[in-house]
Design a protein around this ligand. Sequence first.
Ligand SMILES: Cc1cc2nc3c(=O)[nH]c(=O)nc-3n(C[C@H](O)[C@H](O)[C@H](O)COP(=O)(O)O)c2cc1C
Length: 296
Amino acid sequence: MWEVRWDSACELPVADPQRVALMMNLGAVIEYLAVAASAHGLDVQFVPPEFKGTQPNLGFVAGKLLFVPREGAPSPLLPYLPLRQTSRKPYRNAPLPAGVLDELQAAAASAGCWLFHTTDRGAIASIAAEAGRGMLAQFSEPERYAEFHRWLRPSASAEGLDIPAMDLAGPMGGFWKRMLPPARMMRNQLAQRALAAQQKSLVQSAPAVCMLATNSREWKGWIQAGRALSRVWLHAARHGLVTHPVPSALHTSTGRQLANDRLGVEGDLQVTCLFRLGESVPAPRSGRLDASSLRV
Ligand SMILES: Cc1cc2nc3c(=O)[nH]c(=O)nc-3n(C[C@H](O)[C@H](O)[C@H](O)COP(=O)(O)O)c2cc1C
């Protein structure tokens, strides 16, 4: 049995005050672990702690993982664990392989979530414009940028946002190499606009934009949404596709409404992750933790 905890120093009080992304990231770890454990004849069961109410004092313990004997073959997603990656490059604007979006939807449903998507160029263009506007707003907020800046790392790193994997090429590359400090970024509207324009054109290049949604409004549901998201991303990797979350498109209520409308998200569902999907030229890989560094 393992206990699932997180390091409170890794929280993002400005960007993620409700800890939605944090819980989703824990879910992602659990899902990848479950797929990896299947190679050793094990299934992983997540057992959340018991409490009353919806906002527990979790004390940085999100639950327990039980490893139980698995019947049958390892997970068919196992080969794609090392292949799956985020790519922040422009994507090839070519139709996706037939049936892939249905497969991704089924993968989300198998984890109790919903996946909505659009391949309509007009819908993608309007979501891209929102992503640009949201990015501009985010990069002009001093506290948000300061928090983001604290996590930037100049080279491949197993924690934080390593600048090579962010792949901010072109004229903006130089800014990031110097990790434009908060005071300078706030004065530099040119940099803010360039980043916003880059985000917009990245989304515009994608053949599909997807949104994962859940009917849950509490932390256990967000952990489950993280599991669903990772499962969807592994299925994408199976088809040679990459993904890139674009939360800036959901930064304002107008952006959220527009995305829900263009993607056909049903009223009561809570959106958890908007991402672009496609085929990318080879992109820098994140510096991942080696399995031997897991603290057990
Ligand atoms: C819940 C969640 C939220 C994420 N949000 C963002 C994001 O806002 N912007 C971004 O560029 N990447 C985002 N990512 C992607 C991670 O930054 C990416 O997974 C990380 O760089 C590791 O790279 P890899 O996916 O290639 O292993 C998110 C990933 C998860 C699981």
